[in-house]
Design a binder for this molecule. Structure first.
Ligand SMILES: Cc1cc2nc3c(=O)[nH]c(=O)nc-3n(C[C@H](O)[C@H](O)[C@H](O)COP(=O)(O)OP(=O)(O)OC[C@H]3O[C@@H](n4cnc5c(N)ncnc54)[C@H](O)[C@@H]3O)c2cc1C
Ligand SMILES: NC(=O)c1ccc[n+]([C@@H]2O[C@H](COP(=O)([O-])OP(=O)(O)OC[C@H]3O[C@@H](n4cnc5c(N)ncnc54)[C@H](O)[C@@H]3O)[C@@H](O)[C@H]2O)c1
Length: 449
């Protein structure tokens, strides 16, 4: 494209957003380089969605093996071996890193395995010492775990380290009440660790439908996960045998072998040199962008977690793709942020799309809700006293289904398909018109009256 710069596009960060943006921009004919300071693939592939989901699968065997006996299988006493799962998961992550690398190379994207910082509107400085120029720079540096600051906080780990633990902690204390806290509480509990979740408020999974949050909490407590609410850290002490003792407001000290902080992720913009190009950041350090992902500097764009819009992989990917199509493909494209489905891979999982009942009541004239509270057939035979809950939120005037909220086995798998109906603005009568597929759990979606 242009001869004026070393590259048409320089992408900083080879995660979900950066990889998609560079690959599609290159396919549109741009000369592209991408810098990565850690591993190609970014958070999702290396230390997020993918290894997390593999641990969720691994964890679920605990219940499956137990339930199998009720289904006639003679299951010997089983022992879980953390190093085996950990190493298999890490090997799979390495394989995926290789695939991502090959994919970029196939699209003629130059991969630079160095830290990169902005040195001006068209200049990027590499940690190896080189400075290169580009017509456009894309910031796709993602986010980093927030850590707390109090005496002994350095003994805590984040989700970055949790995939690499030498040994399975017998007791783990998890701080936070969001996605990561609830997912890892489920994972470690199933592996046999004693799990305590410490939350500064009395609410878990803020933003999700209240009925689902209550159900997850009740099931988690019944399983044996301990919750300490309205508790804040004062200090952590490390004993000679490695035991960590957490001192918290409002409860007795808690001993643990590992303490995981899962209290949110902040945009990765520290020391990124963005001030050299006049790129404006918001109060949380996120790059402020317009609907076309452009920052306050005309030649610098940003996508994904670093913009702190919706911290989910499919959103970062869409933003990266829209950027590439708009800037290099002559095909202006914007991401539609309405009705983005999301899931928490807890035990059991939670999945949701559209408005909660509360949000609908704030925004719409009248609201109708439909609920199915049932014990999945498999749980009944297994003697597992765990109920699923599905809820439809419907606009009382138009009859449109504006929200679907589910907790129960395979809820994320079912919700992905159901989200199409919400996106397509289908009405409750459209759900009613569909004949049930029996016997399934998903049939409850078309049987609510
Ligand atoms: C434990 C965990 C589980 C998650 N599970 C899910 C899930 O189930 N579903 C889901 O949708 N989302 C999940 N997420 C969120 C998801 O991982 C992120 O939303 C997504 O990865 C964001 O993509 P990104 O491209 O913005 O950034 P990232 O994927 O974080 O990529 C940014 C990359 O930039 C690199 N980098 C940063 N600064 C520089 C620099 N100066 N120079 C060079 N390289 C740099 C980083 O090393 C990183 O590789 C999870 C996150 C975590 C932490
Ligand atoms: N299944 C998924 O899609 C998935 C899974 C994991 C992570 N993620 C993404 O990664 C992001 C980060 O996950 P997360 O679980 O760390 O964040 P989160 O935003 O989901 O939850 C943060 C929790 O920490 C609490 N908190 C915040 N500041 C605190 C403080 N100073 N002291 C004590 N508690 C505090 C909050 O009240 C909240 O309960 C998520 O927002 C999500 O977008 C997605």
């Amino acid at each position: 494209m242009s001869q004026k710069y070393d590259y048409d596009l320089f992408v900083i960060g080879a995660g979900s957003g950066g990889v998609r943006a560079s690959r599609v921009s290159a396919a549109h004919g741009a000369k592209v380089a991408i810098a990565e300071e850690h591993k190609v693939g970014g958070t999702c592939v290396i230390r997020g969605c993918v290894p997390k989901k593999l641990l969720v699968y691994g964890a679920h065997f605990a219940e499956d093996l137990q339930d199998a006996r009720r289904f006639g299988w003679e299951v010997p006493d089983c022992r879980f071996d953390w190093p085996t799962l950990r190493d298999n998961v890490l090997a799979e992550v390495d394989r995926l890193e290789g695939l991502y690398t090959e994919n970029l190379e196939r699209h003629k994207v130059e991969i630079i395995k160095e830290r990169a910082t902005v040195a001006g509107p068209h200049e990027v400085k590499l940690s190896g010492g080189r400075t290169v120029t580009a017509g456009k720079i894309l910031i796709a540096t993602g986010a980093t775990p927030v850590m707390l600051d109090f005496p002994g906080a350095e003994h805590g780990i984040s989700s970055n380290e949790v995939f690499h633990l030498d040994a399975l902690p017998k007791r783990i204390l998890i701080t936070g009440g969001g996605y990561i806290a609830n997912e890892f509480a489920g994972i470690f509990h199933e592996f046999g660790s004693k799990v305590t979740v410490v939350n500064r408020s009395d609410t878990i999974l803020r933003g999700y439908e209240e009925a689902l949050r209550d159900r997850l909490l009740q099931i988690s407590i019944t399983k044996g996960i301990d919750f300490k609410f309205n508790a804040a850290f004062q200090k952590i002490e490390k004993g000679e045998d490695g035991t960590l003792t957490a001192y918290l407001t409002g409860c007795e000290p808690i001993e643990a072998d590992a303490i995981l902080f899962a209290i949110g992720r902040r945009p990765n913009t520290d020391s990124l040199g963005l001030e050299t190009a006049g790129v404006e950041l918001d109060k949380k350090g996120a790059v402020m962008v317009d609907a076309d992902n452009k920052s306050s500097c005309d030649s610098i764009y940003a996508v994904g977690d670093v913009t702190n819009r919706v911290q989910l992989t499919p959103v970062a990917i869409r933003e990266g793709h829209a950027f590439a199509d708009t800037v290099f493909g002559n095909k202006p494209t914007r991401v539609d942020y309405e009705s983005i489905p999301s899931a928490v891979f807890s035990h059991p999982p939670v999945a949701s799309v559209g408005l909660t009942e509360g949000q609908a009541r704030d925004r719409l004239g009248t609201v109708k809700t439909y609920q199915s509270d049932f014990r999945p057939m498999k749980n009944v035979l297994a003697g597992r006293n765990e109920r699923a809950l599905y809820k439809l939120v419907v606009d009382g005037e138009t009859e449109e289904v504006v929200g679907i909220h589910m907790i129960g086995p395979d809820a994320p798998e079912i919700l992905q398909a159901a989200a199409i109906a919400v996106k397509a603005k289908l009405k409750k009568s459209d759900f009613d018109a569909v004949v049930a597929l029996h016997p399934t759990m998903a049939e409850e979606l078309v049987l609510m009256r």
